[in-house]
Design a binder for this molecule. Structure first.
Ligand SMILES: CC(C)(COP(=O)(O)OP(=O)(O)OC[C@H]1O[C@@H](n2cnc3c(N)ncnc32)[C@H](O)[C@@H]1OP(=O)(O)O)[C@@H](O)C(=O)NCCC(=O)NCCS
Length: 181
């Protein structure tokens, strides 16, 4: 998995020394409210994430998960890019630890991941997809700030922790792929 850098951040693979940070961040009710993670999120959940989930994504070629970190500190959040069934398309998801919010770190991380995901010599996708559950204003605002466009017609029902919820989809295409969106 390619390590990505921005002015303030390093994006690389989550590692064993991130278990505590993942466990602490995922106690946040906002993360559990909007992201389909185990709830309650236990220490074992964080260990599974770091030890198995992340490497399975790389090994299977189905998804990449980047840790967002400042210098070499434990992670403050994650970004995932997951291949969709539709050719050339991938879905982006993320969460940020509550203590790291409102500094623009996620925008900065996403801008770099998007650039890599759409670059022919990066992941080479032509279209990225962002799904927000209805009411997740921070998520849609964040997605729009990095270029996703939401279509009101994309509203659909999804299952979340066994319940039916409403979701909206934002799309972002590369210049070469935009014609086929
Ligand atoms: C969605 C989520 C990642 C957004 O976090 P965030 O802190 O708002 O995002 P950023 O790190 O990009 O910070 C942006 C905010 O910092 C502010 N900011 C402060 N300094 C900044 C800087 N130097 N550069 C850019 N923005 C800056 C921005 O104005 C912005 O606030 P605003 O939205 O009120 O305008 C976070 O709320 C979260 O983890 N939520 C729970 C999980 C979730 O919903 N994930 C998405 C599922 S689809």
């Amino acid at each position: 998995m390619t390590t990505l850098r921005t002015a303030r951040l390093t994006l690389d693979m989550p590692r064993e020394s991130d278990v505590d940070a993942v466990f602490r961040a995922c106690q946040d009710p906002e993360i559990l409210r909007w992201v389909p993670l185990p709830d309650p999120y236990t220490r074992e959940s964080a260990e599974f994430f770091v030890r198995s989930y992340v490497s399975h994504g790389v090994a299977s070629g189905r998804y990449n998960v980047w840790a967002i970190r400042i210098d070499d500190e434990p992670l403050i959040g994650v970004v995932e890019v997951r291949k969709d069934e539709a050719p050339g398309s991938a879905s982006v998801g993320c969460w940020l630890s509550p203590i790291a919010r409102d500094h623009g770190y996620m925008r900065e991380a996403l801008a770099r991941v998007i650039e890599h995901a759409l670059h022919p010599e990066g992941l080479g996708f032509t279209r990225l997809r962002w799904e927000s559950l209805e009411g997740n204003i921070s998520s849609t605002r964040l997605a729009e700030s990095v270029g996703f466009a939401f279509d009101p017609a994309s509203v659909h029902r999804v299952e979340f922790h066994g319940e039916q919820r409403t979701a909206v989809v934002g799309m972002l295409g590369s210049a070469r792929g935009a014609g086929s969106l």
